[in-house]
Design a protein around this ligand. Structure first.
Ligand code: FMN
Length: 360
């Protein structure tokens, strides 16, 4: 088995086992509506077995980057519908990533309001805002009574994603954003039913997952985790327990996949063997496991062949190579990603990476 072996993902037949990882590209237009250029960007990458869209905020309070698209307004749904139609016409499949950044924001993004988080803990870092680089402020801890409102935002985002023609949704539980902040004990010191014990810390992620599967068939829902992400003050005193429990509970809910970021090399370094969680998650979760982090053709093929995961997601290599599956098939050289255009710009570094067959 390898990256090109057939994979039937529940009721979806994927072209190959290569997933395009979610990537924020900061190109949305006024109103946080997907840029018309995004249609071409995603269409160009439709040969992926599955595309996961860039993170899309479920609420204006969930924004923490410049020019990211949302999934909470009618115009955003319309903008996304053009993208999903384009991807489908090109023979691809696309899920939307549902996102709320929690404390990784700034009042400059939020009409002067403080970002919200599980707990009012400081992070000694800076953030790029529309008005320049600023210090991250101590966030406001969500009141217990407010939390059902956050669940509703994710539920509405999931419903809107359906209206926008997506094939499914991925809940962003990774990379130090709101759901990760609730789950891990470095960022959650609450004393109500959403903090303290592991069961309590996982409550919001699981309530959100339940809300999302009330809109979507569970097998069209994924959940992303990053146990080895230690930036932005993120840590956990017992990752093995934390992620085993989460995987087991997500299994109980019957969701389609877990998307595990566990770098094996490349620019993110390799996760030490004794910290790796893929095999533990495999034993707790019976759905599809997507692996991510520094994979290339060789390590991706190996991981599939050894059944470490069912699918492999590629971020930066898909960003720079719209025809990545074909390049892997032909053992062709890859374009290098231009970091200066990852999070800024218009068409350059977005829709102009050349394919093998066509000068763009
Ligand atoms: C430009 C850029 C934007 C990203 N945005 C997101 C995002 O919106 N959501 C997310 O879960 N991960 C995001 N990531 C992380 C990627 O999905 C992926 O985990 C990371 O690039 C590692 O995979 P790779 O080694 O194949 O590039 C982003 C990464 C990059 C480079």
């Amino acid at each position: 088995m390898n990256l090109f072996s057939q994979y039937i993902f529940n009721d979806l037949e994927l072209n190959n086992r290569m997933v395009m990882a979610p990537m924020t590209r900061c190109r949305a237009v006024a109103g946080n509506i997907p840029n018309p250029l995004s249609v071409m960007y995603y269409e160009q990458r439709a040969s992926a077995g599955l595309i996961i869209s860039e993170g899309s905020q479920v609420d204006p309070m969930g924004i923490g980057f410049y020019r990211t698209p949302g999934i909470h307004s009618k115009d955003q749904i319309k903008g996304w519908k053009i993208v999903t139609d384009g991807v489908h016409k090109a023979g691809g499949k696309i899920f939307l990533q549902l996102w709320h950044v929690g404390r990784m924001s700034h009042p400059d993004f939020l009409n002067g309001a403080l970002p919200v988080a599980p707990s009012a803990l400081p992070i000694d870092e800076e953030i790029h805002t529309p008005l320049g680089k600023k210090k991250i402020l101590v966030p406001r801890a969500l009141e217990s009574e407010e939390i059902s409102g956050v669940v509703k935002q994710f539920w509405a985002g999931a419903r809107n994603a359906k209206a926008a023609g997506f094939d499914g949704v991925e809940i962003h539980g990774a990379n130090g954003y709101l759901l990760d902040q609730f789950l891990r004990d470095s960022s959650n010191t609450r004393t109500d039913m959403y903090g303290g014990s592991l069961e309590n810390r996982a409550r919001l992620p699981l309530e959100i997952t339940k809300a999302v599967i009330s809109e979507w068939d569970a097998n069209r829902v994924g959940y992303r985790i990053s146990p080895h992400f230690f930036q932005h003050g993120m840590a956990d005193s017992n990752p093995q327990n934390t992620y085993s429990y989460l995987a087991q509970e997500l299994d109980r809910l019957g969701i389609g996949y877990i998307h595990l970021i566990e770098p094996v090399g490349g620019r993110f370094g390799a996760t030490p063997k004794n910290a790796q969680l893929a095999s533990t998650i495999r034993t707790k979760f019976s759905g599809t496991l997507i692996l991510n982090g520094g994979y290339d053709k060789k390590t991706g093929d190996n991981a599939i062949n050894e059944c470490q995961g069912d699918l492999i997601s590629f971020g930066t290599s898909f960003l720079a190579n719209p025809d990545l599956p074909e390049r892997f098939l032909r053992n062709a050289p890859l374009n290098s990603p231009d970091i200066s255009t990852w999070y800024a710009g218009e068409d350059k570094g977005y829709i102009d990476y050349p394919t093998l067959n066509r000068e763009l």
